[in-house]
Design a protein around this ligand. Structure first.
Ligand SMILES: Nc1nc2c(c(=O)[nH]1)N[C@H]1C(S)=C(S)[C@@H](COP(=O)(O)O)O[C@H]1N2
Ligand SMILES: [Mo]
Length: 362
């Protein structure tokens, strides 16, 4: 279905307290609890969620994926046919482009992630590229559009959630049509029965409830492509599309939390810290540093888990009584380093600022 303008709207930036709408979005779209950083592969129920509209009803038995548009051999595939194709499993870290939005000020009224919009799963599916090759993309086509069955209104436009990739990007060998997560059938909230997984990119590219793939010869102007998911330093400008994830890292907060403030309470003595670091575009993590009260040193890196997954790190700390601030900072193989403070963005995308954890040592 095509996009339908309803009523133009622009949301005003917010300073200070969270609005009921933000709290409601945060309750629907859960984050990964940071203690789940202990797992190489995030258990499915702890994987973060970002669902723009409603989880659509779907039935694996009758699901159909259409491949059409500017192709020589349009076709429709059942889930059974897709499952019968060559399959592979890849460990992939997904991060929401809006992760960290809640820490920017002024902030855009949307899902107010603090830092928990990231997780890693083992996604099983069939590679996309051979399917596109067999459909025969016509020479005039420039992009492939991926359309979900979920529909809603955003910024005054009614639309299906849909995103596009350039042909060279869509033909990358590592992109899959996925029907299983961590060895189990895909859950409704993660796109059952079929989704795209685009490793190395922010999560918005990995279209869930995927029902249609279409080759097009004009740039796709769907709202989630042409308007949303752009970095902008000024409202109203075209901006730069969000694509690959920025270098980032997190630690599992040590000790025990205070229920309401989440301040950590840690006994004095040796504390083992652990966390994860990742970057986008398949760029490896080469360094993680850990700091106590602004004094930095290198953490130890665990072996890498392929090109698309976060990398573990550990560090030890001799905790002395008092109030402390812990932080971690990753560097990738292209020399990208996390910034000290968020790089402000109109709609709150791409915040990869250093995580800070307040600890009270007793
Ligand atoms: N059809 C559809 N696909 C979607 C979305 C959506 O709302 N609808 N959200 C996107 C966004 S913004 C992210 S971050 C990821 C989240 O995937 P997850 O919920 O499985 O973690 O799905 C992406 N794919
Ligand atoms: Mo996202």
């Amino acid at each position: 279905m095509s996009d339908v303008p309803v009523r133009p709207s622009r949301r005003s930036p917010i300073v200070g307290r969270f609005m009921p709408e933000e709290v409601a979005l945060a309750s629907r779209n859960s984050g990964m609890p940071l203690e789940a950083l202990r797992y190489d592969v995030t258990p499915a129920g702890l994987h973060y969620l970002l669902i723009h509209f409603d989880i659509p009803a779907s039935d694996a038995a009758t699901w159909a994926l259409s491949i059409g548009g500017e192709v020589d051999r349009p076709r429709t595939l059942s889930l059974q046919e897709i499952r019968a194709m060559p399959s592979r499993t890849a460990r992939v870290t997904l991060e929401c482009a809006g992760n960290g939005r809640g820490q920017m000020s002024p902030r855009y009224p949307s899902m107010p992630w603090m830092e928990e919009g990231v997780s890693t799963a083992e996604w099983t599916g069939t590679p996309l590229a051979p399917l596109l090759r067999s459909a025969g993309i016509r020479s005039g086509a420039g992009e492939i559009v991926f359309r979900g069955t979920d529909r809603g209104v955003d910024r005054g436009t009614e639309h299906d959630y849909a995103r596009s990739l350039s042909i060279p990007e869509a033909m990358r060998e590592d992109i899959s049509l996925v029907y299983a997560m961590n060895g189990q059938p895909l859950l409704p909230q993660h796109g059952a029965p079929l989704r795209l997984v685009v490793p190395g990119w922010y999560g918005m590219a990995s279209v869930k409830w995927l029902a249609a793939i279409e080759a097009v010869n004009t740039p796709f102007d769907g709202i989630q492509q042409a308007h949303s998911y752009h970095f902008r330093s000024n409202a109203g400008e075209t901006g730069v599309p969000c694509t690959v994830m920025r270098v980032n890292s997190l630690m599992a907060p040590p000790g025990i939390p205070d229920f309401y403030t989440r301040t950590r309470i840690v006994p004095a003595g040796r504390v083992a810290l652990a966390g994860r670091a990742w970057s986008g575009g398949g760029v490896p993590i080469v360094r993680v540093e850990f700091s106590v009260d602004g004094v930095w040193r290198d953490a130890d890196l665990a072996p890498a888990q392929g090109n698309w997954s976060w990398r573990g790190w550990t560090c030890e700390w001799e905790a002395s009584a008092g109030e402390h601030e812990l932080a971690c900072r990753a560097t990738d193989a292209q020399g990208a380093v996390q910034p000290e403070a968020p790089v402000w963005d109109v709609t709150g995308f791409g915040n990869n600022a250093i995580q800070r954890v307040r600890v009270s040592v007793r």
